[in-house]
Design a protein around this ligand. Structure first.
Ligand SMILES: Cc1cc2nc3c(=O)[nH]c(=O)nc-3n(C[C@H](O)[C@H](O)[C@H](O)COP(=O)(O)OP(=O)(O)OC[C@H]3O[C@@H](n4cnc5c(N)ncnc54)[C@H](O)[C@@H]3O)c2cc1C
Length: 387
């Protein structure tokens, strides 16, 4: 067992750090406070080879490992927290599910623009009546065949979808039939007739989302990503998204920690540096222990996955722990910095707000703990009441 990055990984990290310092450091604060997607960053990252890191070269990717992608996202976040979202969109999110399960036609149609930083893809799972209980989703896919069309009509509503205000294509979870076995997914273009966006709304982080209404949207058969029975595979792919989410939580917690440490080393009160007060030293010791523990859990899940998909259990443990750590550390760092930590002069308050959302998004901490407990007891526990 080796707890160090390999020389190649360390070299890659250094190159991403140099890129980030050169291109992303300036403007980091402004980027965090605008809801717009940073398209300029996406194009720069595409040129640098930071999108599609884990996709095969034959698909236009870099053929790297999940650890490479984790190193990239946390290194970018250490310089510009908001730009880490571009690494997420280009490596961990639905793009990875498309890369894993997409047909050659689907990949040819979408990957090029996604990998060049000209487009993003959203994943639409959540619905008004299907949040944690995602298998309760109602968006329907009804088969339709005529002389000039062979496919499905999609009807339903998705909410809270990241990038929904501007995504070119939506990977939508839909119901082909009853039960979990009836769930699959389709690719829906933003401009398809019958796609309607609701009024934009903002999360606490400042990110905007819009309701997505599908009203008799026609999806050709060859744009079905996973048909009936595809739910398990879809969730297996979604574990990559969860690791990107965990990586950003941890990285933003660490960003806030480092700002607070620097602050404690220069801010004086009562004639002494903040770093000299034991009450604050213990806060830093607790933060450091949490960050290191979370890092090991994240790297375990990512490095065990290598070029494949990560283990659901290791992912759940890593995400739940990183989510908790990211928020707790950012929140403590904010406290250590007093009013300056609470002010938008610094990105620490942004890190705290942002980390708060990841405790809910992509499988809340409670839902992940349910999954972890199933591993502990070696059996599943239905969350549904007996009616
Ligand atoms: C920042 C952000 C980005 C998001 N991006 C997307 C996206 O891109 N695509 C998408 O489809 N969705 C997205 N979501 C939605 C997200 O997936 C849901 O918010 C999440 O699944 C929880 O659903 P809910 O909000 O309806 O909460 P609910 O399911 O109503 O849960 C409410 C509370 O009850 C708890 N709870 C529920 N069931 C149980 C249980 N069985 N045991 C214990 N506790 C339970 C939950 O943990 C939560 O604390 C995003 C959400 C956020 C905050």
């Amino acid at each position: 067992m080796d707890f160090q990055l390999t020389p190649e990984q360390a070299q890659f990290r250094d190159s991403v750090l140099a890129f980030s310092r050169k291109h992303l450091a300036a403007g980091a604060r402004a980027r965090a406070h605008t809801p717009d997607y940073p398209w300029d960053v996406a194009k720069l990252m595409a040129k640098q080879g930071l999108l599609g890191l884990t996709l095969p070269e034959a698909d236009g990717g870099q053929g790297g490992t999940l650890m490479d992608a984790v190193i990239a996202i946390e290194t970018v976040a250490s310089v510009c927290p908001r730009s880490a979202d571009v690494v997420q969109a280009g490596n961990f999110g639905p793009i990875r599910v498309l890369g894993e399960y997409g047909s050659p036609l689907q990949k040819a149609k979408y990957l090029k623009r996604l990998l060049s930083g000209d487009a993003v893809i959203s994943v639409g799972m959540t619905e008004p009546d299907a949040g944690s209980a995602v298998t309760d989703l109602k968006t329907s896919a009804t088969p339709e065949k005529s002389a000039d069309f062979d496919g499905y009509r999609i009807n339903g509503t998705k909410i809270f979808t990241t990038h929904s205000a501007y995504a070119d294509v939506i990977l939508a979870y839909v119901r082909f039939g009853p039960g979990v076995g009836g769930i699959g997914s389709v690719l829906i273009e933003k401009g398809a007739p019958g796609v309607r966006r609701g009024k934009p709304s903002a999360f606490m982080s400042g990110e905007e989302w819009a309701e997505l209404h599908f009203e008799n949207v026609k999806v050709p058969r060859d744009m079905v990503l996973l048909g009936e029975g595809g739910f398990k595979k879809q969730m297996a792919g979604f574990n990559v998204e969860r690791l990107g989410n965990a990586s950003r939580s941890l990285a933003l917690g660490r960003y806030a920690f480092e700002r607070a440490r620097d602050w404690a080393l220069q801010r004086k009160q009562f004639g002494r540096l903040l770093a000299e007060f034991q009450g604050l030293q213990w806060k830093f010791a607790d933060m450091k222990m949490q960050l290191d523990a979370a890092q090991l859990l994240l790297y375990r899940a990512a490095s065990n996955a290598d070029r494949g998909l990560p283990s659901p259990e290791e992912t759940a443990i890593a995400k739940a722990y990183c989510n908790r750590t990211g928020f707790d550390v950012a929140n403590e760092a904010l406290q250590v910095m007093g009013a300056m930590g609470y002010s938008q002069e610094e990105l620490v308050e942004y890190c705290a707000r942002r980390c708060r959302g990841w405790m809910i998004a992509g499988g809340s901490i409670e839902i992940l703990k349910n999954r972890i407990a199933e591993g502990v007891f070696g059996r599943s526990f239905s969350q549904r009441g007996s009616t």
